[in-house]
Write a protein that binds this ligand. Structure first.
Ligand SMILES: Cc1cc2nc3c(=O)[nH]c(=O)nc-3n(C[C@H](O)[C@H](O)[C@H](O)COP(=O)(O)OP(=O)(O)OC[C@H]3O[C@@H](n4cnc5c(N)ncnc54)[C@H](O)[C@@H]3O)c2cc1C
Length: 460
């Protein structure tokens, strides 16, 4: 181990004690996320419990040019948390305090390691909820800020970006700053809060987050709707969105994904056909009316079935199945890895994009499903990577083709998973060299020594 990192670990022991460790199992756990990229061990893992500890550790690392990679729950999908240049994996999972909840203002302040599930459990009795819902219940709010996460509810409530009001952040040299505040809007200078949202741990370490909350709706209904063709399902999505029905969730599963969910989640009453999962929030009469309108639209695109329910048990089973799609796909071909493309296009281009991707999959000779948050124009292609020497190369080639198609349609390489390692090569094509140069200069201003999560977002 080089001298500089040994010095940092020794100095950090003074205030972290055993919470900075070179234990091999812990380093291994922090060497990768939920992704198919090559893992890389950090030199040490530090579990911090206060802002002051984070400041002191970052100041030490800054002085010695030691990389620091923030780590929430490690559920990100693009190699984000892999310490490709070693250094310290800065684990924030001990920061689990919900600091303040204001029912009248419908907001709260949480530490970065609070999980989405923990927060909603805490809020339930107060009639409030935090709507941003990535598939992983254990992911941290800090990590969700890191990746600018969203999920199934974003079509109605927005992504994490729309639900963060302010932050406390420790910068690369250990300086702590506060951004934003508690007000719903402000016209008061550069928007630093949203600069950190989606910065993937490359600009600062988020310690606290001020969040917007929402009232739990009086009534919720969920529906499933099946189609003989994928085209009918996609056209129904576009028509529902254009009709202005305030749908809360609108998810598409192609026929292979539906088949995988029926098998993995024991879903009853569904055929292996293209399927929409929908959810409506509002008053009892309101959700009944929304479901009826959606059913009428689906019928005009030749839906073969439309079933809806208001009981909690049916809804929970349905959304648990939706959140388990990743594992359901793995269940189709045990021994295969999974690579997930995360493209997004303007709503009017959804049919071109999804039907084109189905052609890309067929041309690749690989098995892959299409599933996603089509209410936002965002969908995933979940590619099964064959356990053969060229398996990963073939999967990446398909991923590239899918991204190129999205970009050509005015879309993006990532709707919600982020850039990490996997999507770096597309940023110049998507933003242009001038905008990318501005991003680099922001990175340089906030992290002049390049110690924060190096090797991510930018190719070099
Ligand atoms: C099965 C499955 C389904 C998923 N579905 C969705 C989905 O529907 N929508 C979606 O958006 N995502 C989804 N994801 C991806 C993932 O859950 C999100 O990326 C999540 O936001 C990451 O949270 P985390 O706590 O695991 O962060 P990590 O993976 O630990 O970190 C993510 C990034 O944020 C940085 N980071 C972490 N904490 C901080 C902090 N406090 N300050 C600064 N930077 C930090 C890290 O350095 C890293 O770059 C899914 C993942 C899986 C495995």
């Amino acid at each position: 181990m080089p001298r500089a990192i040994e010095d940092v670990i020794a100095a950090a022991r003074d205030f972290l004690g055993e919470r900075i460790t070179t234990n091999v199992a812990l380093r291994e756990h922090h060497s990768h996320g939920q992704d198919p990229h090559k893992p890389h061990l950090p030199d040490a893992v530090a579990f911090i419990e206060t802002g002051e500890e984070a400041s002191r550790l970052l100041a030490l690392c800054h002085a010695q040019n030691i990389p620091v990679v923030p780590f929430g729950a490690g559920s990100s999908l693009e190699g984000h948390v892999t310490p490709v240049r070693g250094g310290i994996s800065l684990d924030l999972s001990h920061l689990t305090e919900i600091l303040d909840v204001s029912q009248p203002d419908m907001d709260c302040r949480v530490q970065a390691g609070v999980t989405r599930e923990q927060l909603n459990e805490h809020l339930r009795d107060q009639g409030l909820f935090f709507p941003v819902d990535p598939g992983t219940p254990h992911c941290t709010i800090g990590g969700m800020c890191g990746t600018r996460a969203s999920g199934t509810n974003a079509v109605r409530y927005g992504t994490i970006r729309e639900n963060v009001l302010g932050l406390t952040v420790v910068l690369a040299d250990g300086t702590m700053i506060k951004t934003g505040g508690r007000v719903r809007k402000a016209s008061n200078g550069y928007d630093l809060t949203h600069l950190f949202i989606g910065s993937e741990g490359t600009l600062g370490v988020i310690m606290e987050i001020q969040l917007r909350l929402h009232p739990i709706p009086d009534a919720i209904s969920a529906a499933t709707c099946q189609f003989p063709s994928l085209k009918g399902a996609v056209e129904t999505v576009i028509a529902i969105l254009q009709s202005g029905i305030p749908v809360a969730r609108l998810e598409l599963l192609d026929e292979l994904q539906t088949q995988a969910c029926i098998a993995y989640s024991k879903l009853e009453g569904l055929e292996p056909l293209p399927t929409l999962f929908l959810e409506f929030h509002g008053s009892k009469a309101g959700v009944e009316e929304q479901a009826r309108q959606a059913e009428e639209i689906a019928a005009s695109y030749e839906a073969s079935s439309f079933a809806w329910a208001m009981d909690t048990e049916t809804r929970t089973r349905l959304w648990k199945a939706r959140h388990d799609v990743y594992w359901a796909v793995q269940g189709l071909r045990p021994g295969h890895k999974v690579l997930t493309a995360d493209t997004i296009v303007p709503i009017s281009k959804l049919d071109d994009a999804i039907l084109g991707v189905k052609e890309d999959i067929a041309g690749s000779g690989l098995a892959a499903t299409v599933v996603g948050h089509v209410g936002d124009g965002n969908f995933h292609t979940v590619i099964l990577v064959p356990p053969e020497p060229d398996g990963m190369d073939r999967a990446w080639a398909l991923d590239r083709r899918i991204v190129a198609r999205a970009l050509a349609l005015g879309g993006s390489c990532s709707g919600e998973h982020g850039v990490g390692i996997g999507k770096r090569e597309f940023l110049e094509a998507e933003h242009g060299p001038e905008a990318l140069a501005v991003m680099r200069s922001i990175k340089k201003a906030l992290d002049p020594r390049g110690i924060l999560n190096p090797g991510k977002i930018f190719l070099n």
